[in-house]
Design a binder for this molecule. Structure first.
Ligand code: AMP
Ligand code: MN
Ligand code: MN
Ligand code: MN
Length: 283
Protein backbone atom coordinates (compact mmCIF):
# COMPACT_ATOMS: atom_id res chain seq x y z
CA UNK A 1 0.00 0.00 0.00
CA UNK A 2 1.28 3.45 -0.89
CA UNK A 3 -0.43 6.36 0.80
CA UNK A 4 -0.25 9.95 -0.45
CA UNK A 5 -2.41 12.09 1.82
CA UNK A 6 -1.73 15.62 0.54
CA UNK A 7 -2.38 16.77 -3.04
CA UNK A 8 -3.85 19.75 -4.91
CA UNK A 9 -5.93 20.12 -8.07
CA UNK A 10 -7.22 23.08 -10.12
CA UNK A 11 -9.88 23.45 -7.43
CA UNK A 12 -7.18 25.37 -5.55
CA UNK A 13 -3.65 26.06 -6.77
CA UNK A 14 -2.77 22.78 -8.45
CA UNK A 15 -2.42 22.60 -12.23
CA UNK A 16 -4.19 19.27 -12.91
CA UNK A 17 -7.90 18.51 -12.86
CA UNK A 18 -8.90 16.18 -9.97
CA UNK A 19 -9.32 13.21 -12.35
CA UNK A 20 -5.83 13.76 -13.72
CA UNK A 21 -4.39 13.95 -10.19
CA UNK A 22 -5.99 10.58 -9.46
CA UNK A 23 -4.70 9.00 -12.69
CA UNK A 24 -1.19 10.35 -12.14
CA UNK A 25 -1.23 9.06 -8.55
CA UNK A 26 -2.29 5.62 -9.78
CA UNK A 27 0.47 5.65 -12.41
CA UNK A 28 2.95 6.39 -9.63
CA UNK A 29 1.77 3.37 -7.64
CA UNK A 30 -0.28 5.30 -5.07
CA UNK A 31 -3.06 3.08 -3.71
CA UNK A 32 -4.70 5.59 -1.30
CA UNK A 33 -4.84 9.27 -2.19
CA UNK A 34 -6.21 12.25 -0.28
CA UNK A 35 -7.21 15.25 -2.40
CA UNK A 36 -6.62 18.22 -0.09
CA UNK A 37 -7.33 21.45 -1.92
CA UNK A 38 -6.90 24.75 -0.09
CA UNK A 39 -10.16 25.81 1.56
CA UNK A 40 -12.36 23.71 -0.74
CA UNK A 41 -13.76 20.22 -1.18
CA UNK A 42 -15.26 21.01 -4.61
CA UNK A 43 -12.85 18.78 -6.53
CA UNK A 44 -13.80 15.65 -4.62
CA UNK A 45 -16.73 14.45 -6.72
CA UNK A 46 -14.62 14.41 -9.90
CA UNK A 47 -11.76 12.77 -8.00
CA UNK A 48 -14.14 10.14 -6.64
CA UNK A 49 -15.41 9.13 -10.09
CA UNK A 50 -11.86 8.82 -11.37
CA UNK A 51 -10.79 6.86 -8.28
CA UNK A 52 -13.64 4.41 -8.83
CA UNK A 53 -12.54 3.91 -12.43
CA UNK A 54 -8.89 3.50 -11.48
CA UNK A 55 -9.44 1.25 -8.47
CA UNK A 56 -7.73 3.75 -6.19
CA UNK A 57 -8.91 4.49 -2.67
CA UNK A 58 -9.80 8.17 -2.24
CA UNK A 59 -9.72 10.04 1.04
CA UNK A 60 -11.94 13.13 1.11
CA UNK A 61 -9.70 15.93 2.36
CA UNK A 62 -9.01 19.65 2.45
CA UNK A 63 -6.22 21.98 3.63
CA UNK A 64 -7.43 24.85 5.80
CA UNK A 65 -5.73 28.23 6.15
CA UNK A 66 -5.35 29.07 9.84
CA UNK A 67 -3.87 32.00 11.75
CA UNK A 68 -2.10 31.00 14.94
CA UNK A 69 -0.01 33.53 16.84
CA UNK A 70 1.63 35.51 14.02
CA UNK A 71 1.85 32.47 11.74
CA UNK A 72 -0.13 31.16 8.78
CA UNK A 73 -0.62 27.47 9.49
CA UNK A 74 -2.09 24.79 7.25
CA UNK A 75 -4.33 22.16 8.83
CA UNK A 76 -5.28 19.12 6.78
CA UNK A 77 -8.68 17.56 7.28
CA UNK A 78 -8.56 13.87 6.31
CA UNK A 79 -11.61 11.71 5.81
CA UNK A 80 -14.07 14.58 6.13
CA UNK A 81 -17.72 14.38 5.14
CA UNK A 82 -17.90 17.00 2.37
CA UNK A 83 -21.64 17.37 2.92
CA UNK A 84 -21.21 18.53 6.51
CA UNK A 85 -22.77 21.99 6.89
CA UNK A 86 -20.36 23.08 9.63
CA UNK A 87 -17.37 22.33 7.42
CA UNK A 88 -18.89 23.92 4.33
CA UNK A 89 -19.77 27.10 6.24
CA UNK A 90 -16.18 27.24 7.47
CA UNK A 91 -14.79 26.73 3.98
CA UNK A 92 -17.09 29.46 2.65
CA UNK A 93 -15.78 31.84 5.35
CA UNK A 94 -12.20 31.05 4.35
CA UNK A 95 -12.96 31.65 0.68
CA UNK A 96 -14.49 35.05 1.56
CA UNK A 97 -11.30 35.94 3.43
CA UNK A 98 -9.35 34.79 0.36
CA UNK A 99 -11.36 37.04 -1.95
CA UNK A 100 -10.91 40.06 0.32
CA UNK A 101 -7.18 39.38 0.56
CA UNK A 102 -6.96 39.03 -3.22
CA UNK A 103 -8.64 42.41 -3.67
CA UNK A 104 -6.17 43.92 -1.21
CA UNK A 105 -3.27 42.32 -3.06
CA UNK A 106 -4.56 43.71 -6.37
CA UNK A 107 -4.83 47.24 -4.88
CA UNK A 108 -1.27 47.07 -3.58
CA UNK A 109 0.07 45.73 -6.86
CA UNK A 110 -1.79 48.51 -8.70
CA UNK A 111 0.06 51.09 -6.57
CA UNK A 112 3.22 49.29 -7.56
CA UNK A 113 2.42 49.85 -11.26
CA UNK A 114 0.85 46.44 -11.95
CA UNK A 115 -2.69 46.90 -13.31
CA UNK A 116 -5.71 44.56 -13.31
CA UNK A 117 -4.16 41.94 -11.06
CA UNK A 118 -7.50 40.68 -9.72
CA UNK A 119 -8.80 39.96 -13.21
CA UNK A 120 -5.40 38.59 -14.18
CA UNK A 121 -5.23 36.19 -11.25
CA UNK A 122 -8.85 35.11 -11.74
CA UNK A 123 -8.08 34.15 -15.33
CA UNK A 124 -5.61 31.57 -14.00
CA UNK A 125 -8.06 30.21 -11.44
CA UNK A 126 -10.33 27.39 -12.61
CA UNK A 127 -13.09 27.87 -10.06
CA UNK A 128 -12.84 31.35 -8.57
CA UNK A 129 -10.53 30.48 -5.66
CA UNK A 130 -7.66 32.95 -5.89
CA UNK A 131 -4.37 31.91 -4.36
CA UNK A 132 -1.02 33.62 -4.43
CA UNK A 133 0.01 31.15 -7.09
CA UNK A 134 -2.58 32.64 -9.47
CA UNK A 135 -1.18 36.13 -8.90
CA UNK A 136 2.27 34.66 -9.52
CA UNK A 137 1.13 33.21 -12.85
CA UNK A 138 -0.27 36.61 -13.91
CA UNK A 139 2.96 38.38 -12.93
CA UNK A 140 5.01 35.85 -14.91
CA UNK A 141 2.68 36.43 -17.88
CA UNK A 142 3.35 40.19 -17.64
CA UNK A 143 7.08 39.51 -17.60
CA UNK A 144 7.78 40.79 -14.07
CA UNK A 145 9.69 37.61 -13.23
CA UNK A 146 10.69 34.47 -15.11
CA UNK A 147 9.11 31.84 -12.84
CA UNK A 148 6.39 31.44 -10.22
CA UNK A 149 9.08 30.82 -7.62
CA UNK A 150 10.92 34.09 -8.35
CA UNK A 151 7.64 36.04 -8.27
CA UNK A 152 7.02 34.83 -4.73
CA UNK A 153 10.42 36.09 -3.63
CA UNK A 154 9.99 39.47 -5.38
CA UNK A 155 6.30 40.26 -4.87
CA UNK A 156 4.30 37.85 -2.74
CA UNK A 157 6.24 37.03 0.42
CA UNK A 158 5.93 38.82 3.72
CA UNK A 159 7.32 42.36 3.35
CA UNK A 160 6.96 42.42 -0.47
CA UNK A 161 4.60 44.72 -2.43
CA UNK A 162 1.83 42.18 -3.05
CA UNK A 163 1.77 40.75 0.48
CA UNK A 164 -1.35 41.39 2.53
CA UNK A 165 -1.41 40.42 6.18
CA UNK A 166 -4.46 38.23 6.62
CA UNK A 167 -6.47 36.92 9.54
CA UNK A 168 -7.46 33.38 8.54
CA UNK A 169 -9.54 30.96 10.65
CA UNK A 170 -8.63 30.57 14.34
CA UNK A 171 -7.07 27.16 15.06
CA UNK A 172 -9.91 26.08 17.33
CA UNK A 173 -12.56 26.83 14.70
CA UNK A 174 -10.73 25.08 11.88
CA UNK A 175 -10.10 21.92 13.92
CA UNK A 176 -13.74 22.11 15.07
CA UNK A 177 -15.04 22.15 11.47
CA UNK A 178 -12.93 19.11 10.61
CA UNK A 179 -14.09 17.24 13.73
CA UNK A 180 -17.73 18.16 13.05
CA UNK A 181 -17.32 16.62 9.59
CA UNK A 182 -15.99 13.40 11.14
CA UNK A 183 -12.45 14.06 9.90
CA UNK A 184 -8.99 13.78 11.41
CA UNK A 185 -7.10 17.09 11.78
CA UNK A 186 -3.41 16.99 10.85
CA UNK A 187 -0.84 19.80 11.06
CA UNK A 188 0.61 20.07 7.52
CA UNK A 189 4.37 20.45 6.86
CA UNK A 190 5.35 21.42 10.46
CA UNK A 191 8.94 22.23 9.51
CA UNK A 192 7.96 24.88 6.96
CA UNK A 193 6.70 27.56 9.35
CA UNK A 194 10.07 28.91 10.35
CA UNK A 195 9.17 28.51 14.04
CA UNK A 196 11.49 27.89 16.91
CA UNK A 197 11.21 24.42 18.47
CA UNK A 198 9.48 25.98 21.48
CA UNK A 199 6.81 27.70 19.36
CA UNK A 200 6.20 24.52 17.39
CA UNK A 201 5.65 22.56 20.60
CA UNK A 202 3.23 25.26 21.77
CA UNK A 203 1.35 25.02 18.45
CA UNK A 204 1.06 21.25 18.88
CA UNK A 205 -0.21 21.63 22.45
CA UNK A 206 -2.85 24.17 21.37
CA UNK A 207 -3.78 21.98 18.40
CA UNK A 208 -4.26 18.92 20.60
CA UNK A 209 -6.35 20.89 23.09
CA UNK A 210 -8.66 21.72 20.17
CA UNK A 211 -8.95 18.02 19.30
CA UNK A 212 -6.22 17.77 16.64
CA UNK A 213 -4.70 14.30 16.31
CA UNK A 214 -2.13 14.15 13.51
CA UNK A 215 1.18 15.55 12.29
CA UNK A 216 2.43 15.39 8.70
CA UNK A 217 5.75 13.71 9.43
CA UNK A 218 6.81 13.23 5.80
CA UNK A 219 6.01 16.14 3.48
CA UNK A 220 7.14 15.96 -0.14
CA UNK A 221 10.83 15.54 -0.68
CA UNK A 222 11.64 17.26 2.63
CA UNK A 223 15.10 16.83 4.07
CA UNK A 224 15.83 13.78 6.23
CA UNK A 225 16.35 15.94 9.29
CA UNK A 226 12.89 17.49 8.82
CA UNK A 227 11.40 13.99 8.90
CA UNK A 228 13.45 13.16 12.00
CA UNK A 229 12.37 16.33 13.81
CA UNK A 230 8.71 15.79 12.95
CA UNK A 231 8.86 12.11 13.88
CA UNK A 232 10.33 13.05 17.26
CA UNK A 233 7.42 15.47 17.83
CA UNK A 234 4.80 12.92 16.76
CA UNK A 235 6.30 10.38 19.15
CA UNK A 236 6.63 12.80 22.04
CA UNK A 237 3.04 14.02 21.76
CA UNK A 238 1.47 10.71 20.72
CA UNK A 239 0.21 12.13 17.43
CA UNK A 240 -0.69 10.01 14.43
CA UNK A 241 1.84 10.44 11.60
CA UNK A 242 0.75 11.37 8.08
CA UNK A 243 2.64 11.38 4.77
CA UNK A 244 2.03 13.30 1.54
CA UNK A 245 3.63 14.82 -1.51
CA UNK A 246 1.83 18.23 -1.37
CA UNK A 247 1.64 17.78 -5.13
CA UNK A 248 0.73 20.86 -7.20
CA UNK A 249 2.44 20.64 -10.57
CA UNK A 250 4.07 17.78 -12.55
CA UNK A 251 6.86 20.17 -13.54
CA UNK A 252 7.95 20.48 -9.91
CA UNK A 253 9.62 17.08 -9.62
CA UNK A 254 10.45 17.37 -5.94
CA UNK A 255 6.88 16.99 -4.81
CA UNK A 256 5.42 14.60 -7.30
CA UNK A 257 2.68 12.18 -6.32
CA UNK A 258 3.85 9.22 -4.27
CA UNK A 259 7.49 10.43 -4.20
CA UNK A 260 8.65 10.77 -0.62
CA UNK A 261 10.27 8.87 2.21
CA UNK A 262 8.51 6.19 4.24
CA UNK A 263 6.94 7.02 7.58
CA UNK A 264 9.43 6.02 10.30
CA UNK A 265 8.46 2.64 11.75
CA UNK A 266 8.01 3.89 15.32
CA UNK A 267 5.24 6.34 14.32
CA UNK A 268 1.59 5.32 14.45
CA UNK A 269 0.27 5.83 10.88
CA UNK A 270 -2.82 8.01 10.53
CA UNK A 271 -4.33 5.31 8.30
CA UNK A 272 -4.63 3.06 11.37
CA UNK A 273 -6.95 5.64 13.01
CA UNK A 274 -10.44 4.21 13.58
CA UNK A 275 -12.06 7.08 11.63
CA UNK A 276 -9.76 6.64 8.61
CA UNK A 277 -11.86 4.84 6.02
CA UNK A 278 -11.24 5.79 2.40
CA UNK A 279 -13.79 4.83 -0.22
CA UNK A 280 -12.75 1.66 -1.97
CA UNK A 281 -12.43 1.91 -5.73
CA UNK A 282 -14.33 -0.68 -7.72
CA UNK A 283 -11.94 -1.76 -10.46
P1 AMP B 1 -2.07 31.20 -0.46
O1 AMP B 1 -2.73 30.06 0.28
O2 AMP B 1 -2.96 31.84 -1.47
O3 AMP B 1 -1.39 32.19 0.46
O4 AMP B 1 -0.94 30.56 -1.35
C1 AMP B 1 0.00 29.75 -0.76
C2 AMP B 1 0.44 28.74 -1.78
O5 AMP B 1 1.42 29.30 -2.60
C3 AMP B 1 1.11 27.54 -1.13
O6 AMP B 1 0.15 26.56 -0.84
C4 AMP B 1 2.03 27.08 -2.21
O7 AMP B 1 1.35 26.22 -3.10
C5 AMP B 1 2.37 28.33 -2.97
N1 AMP B 1 3.71 28.85 -2.63
C6 AMP B 1 4.12 29.35 -1.46
N2 AMP B 1 5.41 29.76 -1.54
C7 AMP B 1 5.81 29.48 -2.80
C8 AMP B 1 7.02 29.67 -3.52
N3 AMP B 1 8.08 30.23 -2.95
N4 AMP B 1 7.06 29.27 -4.79
C9 AMP B 1 5.98 28.72 -5.38
N5 AMP B 1 4.82 28.52 -4.76
C10 AMP B 1 4.72 28.90 -3.49
MN1 MN C 1 -0.69 25.42 -2.49
MN1 MN D 1 0.34 23.93 2.76
MN1 MN E 1 -0.72 21.77 0.32
Amino acid sequence: MIYDLHAHSVFSDGVLAPGDVVRRARAHGVTTLALTDHDSTDGLSEARSAANQEGLRLVAGCELSVSWDTHLIHILGLNVDPDNVNLQNGLATLRDIRTQRAEGMARQLEKHGIPDAMQGALRHSANGIVTRRHFAQYLVELGHAPTVRTVFAKFLRHGKPGYVKTQWAPLQEAVGWISAAGGIAVIAHPQRYGMTATRLRKLIQDFMECGGEGLEVVSGAGADDAVRSSAALAERFGLYGSVGSDFHDPELGWNDLGKFAALPANIQPVWTHSRFSPAQGQA
